[in-house]
Design a protein around this ligand. Sequence first.
Ligand code: MEV
Length: 419
Amino acid sequence: MTFNKFYQQPIDRRRHLVEAYQSHPLGYTPMSDEIGDRMVENYLYPYSLPLGVAQHFKINDRDYLIPMAIEEPSVIAAASNGAKRLGNIQAEAGAKVLTGQMILIPQTDRLPQDWLADRQEAWLDIARQASPSMVRRGGGPLALRGQRLQKEATSYDCYYLDYDPVDAMGANQLNQVLEWIGPIIAQETQGDLLMAILSNYSPDSLITARAQLPVSSLNRNHQEAFRMAHRIVQASDYAQLDPYRAVTHNKGIMNGVDALMIATGNDWRAIEAGVHAYACHEGDYQPLSHWSLSADDQYLLGEIALPLQVATVGGTLAVHPNAQWALNLLGQPDARTLGEIAASLGLAQNFAALRALVGQGIQQGHMALHARSLALQVGAQPDEIDRLVEDLQGQTLINRQVAKELLDKIRHSLDNEKD
Ligand code: MEV
């Protein structure tokens, strides 16, 4: 979705365009004290982050304006820029399975696998009875597995409950089921229940996104375009070799994913934990996206796979007015669609970062926003900001000290002009 020269419009005009974008009103309202006080203990104030929109996204043939809450300059611009170049992104959410753990200290030799051979169906039935509303919505407990682990002299039996939370994040519902069924399993197996809690690791619930763009779109000059595509592939390959780079590669992806998760009221800590654990699922920490050239060298192909436990109903996001605004802007997607949007955003963000890094570097793109942020930090007034930003952009090295000196100069010259 694209508004012409959106960033150059005054803020009110931007708000008006976005508010009128969906057929129904989006209705932005700030968080009230009453809601904040209901959400956390010892509440004092709502905490703010800039909330913007990324443009140009087409995902599974549908246009999106993507809400992003983030303090880092350039991330939203980079996402929009990446999306413009990637064109239609094909995304697909696989099965959504949350796994809960009931961890017991066993008192007998009988293994969880043996207990499950007899009791699996009966325990699953009890678990389903503890989750009637989720079962009514077509989700709830799916399967039980188990294994015995050992550390020094102590054995641990873990029973894993796979659970489909439909469009909710499902943490509360699943934890409730685990705390219900855990003591029953402990009593029947004569084990001592250590804990019952959901896991944020869901390596089998992957959301994938793929894009392909003509190499020729990377530069007007054919040779330069091919060189750029080749360097993006090398950057992607290098990340597979070196965790120092892979972590930063993935951090760039999460710039986009987290900003969308925060905007839509999702639990981004759960998502961060799950994603980075998945990056290690083959042993070494690996990049979550990969870029390659098509066999005929005509296309640059990008793909990403992320385990994302995202929700569009329930919990915090049902009461957080900003989250509701963001979901309205996205057309009230279900959880699968929101996951597909998040993975596509991560891929576009990663493409924009790699293209900048193997091209002109990222500082140039950051400069204008960085200069504006420095201008504000050193106390430039509204009528001084544009001039200070322009002066800062003319410098090779910019920091607070330089900004302060330039602001003093501007003020001095303005005083002279007045005299
Ligand atoms: C900065 O927030 C993100 C990047 O470092 C990502 C990357 O290096 O791929 C630019």
